[in-house]
Design a protein around this ligand. Structure first.
Ligand code: NAD
Length: 418
């Protein structure tokens, strides 16, 4: 990923922290440095034995950014663009995210820089288990709890649980979240991020007096988060007019058959060959005519170069960091409402928290209970952010940062300075 994504995250942070006057409120501590310096960054070598007997050396990372409000929590990304700066930025956003939705975790992130998709199943398992073995003493249900992110899912979480219990002799399911339901995962976790994105869109659209039924949407990225967001929008009567993945995009101004597209892609077909759609330029999706834009791929999708052409009235940041700092003002100046990432995509970590709670109790909730509780958390967090934004006459992003920063600063100060 881009080398300076953590610098970008820090720039966002300082800008939003400034009006809070934290150095005056917490004069006994260097609070801004505290909040922008990771607690621990672990960078290591992983040597993967390939099926043909050859060895591939790659880099692994786990950044434990802040645990002032609870154990470290954050996903694992296995992708060639992973590096320390990106992992650090994602860990940083993570502790702000857990604070916005007020769940008792801090923030962490991990990853491996490798073309994971090209590995065989056996190679994937070896890599994931090696990663776990190296970090066995650094993770745990009361320490640091990994979860899925790009290219990782239930399968990888099950492998991590298995390896960690072999290493430690402790069968503690809460060491990871996003596990298969048969191994102590929560109902609803797989869909939780996209569902949370949808709940925040419902609230924002209501505030904007934009009826979802009949509105149009474009969704960038058709993985876990993008496909669920698209499906729920489709079910709400929104016409999803364009969808993309890393290989291309498709459009249908009359609305794509989203469930059909999900089945088409799940069957291994190229997204761009979906019957009843026209191919379009992958990145043209971002500036296509649609009321709602859901960037659900990777960072830096909307930059100063394409922001002026964005036509959506509402942008829901399903991905982490999809709008670069220099594009944030361009988008805001157009009057476009943006649901910021640290709020918009917090549904995943919220149901991860529910999973961890269920694992501690070994008592499992039905799907309706999970979704109701998720809705309560997401709607409650959105309403609080919207309230602060209205009170302080600022954007939803500024308001979300203010709420998160204040919560973490307060916890940090109360813990003492040593
Ligand atoms: P995923 O791997 O399931 O899907 C990613 C999708 O993005 C794929 O369809 C991929 O082809 C597509 N993509 C990649 N580059 C693209 C490009 N340049 N243009 C268009 N599409 C592109 O990952 P995911 O879990 O859906 O995560 C997506 C985003 O949401 C990431 O930013 C991730 O950090 C964030 N997120 C995920 C979760 C979660 O629970 N999975 C939680 C919070 C945030």
């Amino acid at each position: 990923m881009s080398q300076n994504v953590f610098e970008m995250a820090q720039r966002h942070f300082h800008r939003y922290a400034e009006p809070l006057d934290l150095p005056r409120r917490y004069p006994h501590m260097d609070i801004l440095s505290h909040l922008t310096t990771p607690d621990r960054s672990i960078a290591f070598r992983i040597t993967l034995q390939r099926d043909d007997g050859s060895l591939t050396v790659c880099r692994g990372y786990r950044v434990q950014f802040n645990d002032d409000r609870g154990p470290y929590k954050g996903g694992l990304r296995f992708h060639p663009m992973v590096d320390l700066a990106e992992t650090t930025a994602l860990a940083f956003w993570m502790y702000l995210k857990t604070a916005v939705v007020d769940i008792p975790f801090g923030g962490a992130k991990g990853g491996v820089s490798i073309d994971y998709a090209s590995l065989s199943l056996a190679e994937k398992e070896r890599l994931t288990k090696r990663f776990t073995l190296i970090l066995a003493n650094d993770i745990g249900p009361e320490k640091d709890i990994p979860a899925p992110d790009v290219n990782t899912g239930e399968r990888e979480m099950a492998w991590i649980l298995d390896e960690w219990r072999m290493m430690t002799g402790r069968y503690r399911r809460g060491v990871v979240t996003g596990k298969p339901v048969t191994m102590g995962g929560s109902q609803g976790r797989r869909e939780a991020t996209g569902r949370g994105v949808f709940y925040t869109i419902v609230e924002a659209a209501r505030d904007m007096k934009l009826p979802l039924a009949g509105a149009t949407a474009a969704v960038q990225g058709f993985g876990n988060v993008g496909s669920v967001s698209a499906r729920l929008l489709h079910e709400a009567g929104t016409r999803v007019v364009a969808v993309s993945n890393e290989f291309g995009a498709v459009t249908n101004p009359g609305g794509l058959d989203v469930p059909g597209l999900i089945a088409h892609v799940a069957a291994g077909n190229p997204l761009t060959e979906f019957p009843g759609s026209e191919p379009m330029g992958r990145d043209d999706l971002l500036t296509t005519e649609a009321d709602i834009l859901v960037p659900a791929a990777l960072e830096n999708a909307i930059t100063a170069a394409n922001a002026p052409q964005v036509k959506a009235r509402l942008v829901a940041e399903a991905a982490n960091g999809p709008i670069t700092p220099d594009a944030v003002d361009i988008i805001a100046d157009k009057g476009t409402r943006v649901i910021p990432d640290i709020l918009c995509n917090a549904g995943g970590v919220t149901v991860s928290y529910f999973e961890w709670v269920q694992n501690r109790q070994e008592l499992y909730w039905p799907i309706d209970e999970v979704n109701l509780r998720l809705r309560d958390v997401m709607v409650g967090a959105y309403r609080r952010v919207a309230e602060v934004a209205a009170r302080d006459k600022c954007t939803l992003r500024e308001a979300a940062y203010h709420i998160a920063i204040e919560r973490v600063a307060e916890a940090a100060a109360r813990r003492g300075v040593q």
